[in-house]
Ligand binder design. Structure first.
Ligand SMILES: Nc1ncnc2c1ncn2[C@@H]1O[C@H](COP(=O)(O)OP(=O)(O)O)[C@@H](O)[C@H]1O
Ligand SMILES: [Mg+2]
Length: 255
């Protein structure tokens, strides 16, 4: 299969992260092409959030490299602010500014970081709030919205920053079950529009139906990295099989 290396936008090589003596990420290698949607699955404590936090430079990797558009972002001469403006993150707990209304939540970063005018920032915010279906609530404060609406505002806020890549850390895990669908639908729509996304998730249907690739992590290692049909429908690795069957039995138990 011929591959255009220029399609690769992010490449992680031999990445390791230690907290003291605890090596939480071990020799992580993977690459992301423009427009790919990568789901990261694995048990609690396997290092998924730490991996996203390293990709976002919320944590400093202990060793290894992260290459963004051909340049090492860990090189001390690299302009980190440039990278930070290109990679956005959506958190489990939404992390909206509680004292600001929906519109302001989506404009403040554009004004302060991207130096856009108030007018331009508001136009872009409104377009993105419409895109995720929460435009009617621009004057509401976060606490007046449901969890699903708050998470969609958080997604609109990230989109308003024109990121090249969006990282999602269990974006539906804090939601009441009836809210999960609307957020997954929004994410599915963004995937179809070609947004590059890395999504830590326990939603196996999303991982199977929307991702281009699924990575299974265990104890800080990517054990399996393959297309969703292989990972979810035809798992060969015994630990992955066990993880998936545990997930299925939990789901049946909760129905
Ligand atoms: N800031 C930190 N300091 C020390 N240990 C941490 C820190 N963050 C995460 N860890 C440890 O790293 C391991 C992986 O955690 P995490 O990346 O949150 O896993 P996951 O997101 O897959 O549940 C856990 O053992 C956790 O205790
Ligand atoms: Mg986590």
């Amino acid at each position: 299969m011929s591959e255009n290396v220029n399609d690769t936008i992010l490449q992680v090589s031999h990445l390791s992260k230690k907290f003291g003596d605890n090596e939480v990420l071990k020799d992580i290698n993977f690459s992301v092409k423009k427009g790919e949607v990568i789901s990261i699955i694995g048990s609690s404590g396997s290092g998924k959030s730490t991996l996203l936090r390293c990709l976002n430079l919320l944590e400093e990797p202990t060793s290894g490299d992260i290459i963004y558009k051909g340049k090492s972002i860990l090189n001390r001469h690299y302009k980190v602010s440039h990278y930070r403006a290109e990679v956005g993150m959506v958190f489990q707990q939404f992390n909206l500014f509680k004292n600001m209304n929906v519109l302001r939540n989506c404009t403040i970063g554009q004004e302060k970081i991207l130096k856009r005018s108030k007018k331009e920032a508001e136009e872009i915010a409104l377009a993105n709030l419409e895109r995720v279906g929460v435009a009617p609530y621009i004057h509401a404060k976060p606490h007046q919205l449901s969890g699903g609406q708050q998470q969609r505002v958080a997604i609109a806020r990230a989109l308003s920053m024109d990121n090249e890549i969006l990282l999602f850390d269990e974006p539906t895990s804090a939601l009441d079950p009836e809210m999960v669908g609307e957020v997954l639908e929004t994410m599915t729509q963004l995937a179809r529009e070609g947004l590059t996304m890395i999504v830590v998730t326990h939603e196996m249907d999303f991982a199977r139906d929307v991702s281009t690739r699924v990575c299974f992590m265990e104890h800080g290692v990517i054990v399996v990295d393959d297309v969703p049909e292989e990972v979810i429908n035809n798992p060969q690795n015994p630990r992955l099989k066990e993880f998936l069957s545990r997930y299925l039995s939990d789901r049946i138990a909760s129905e």
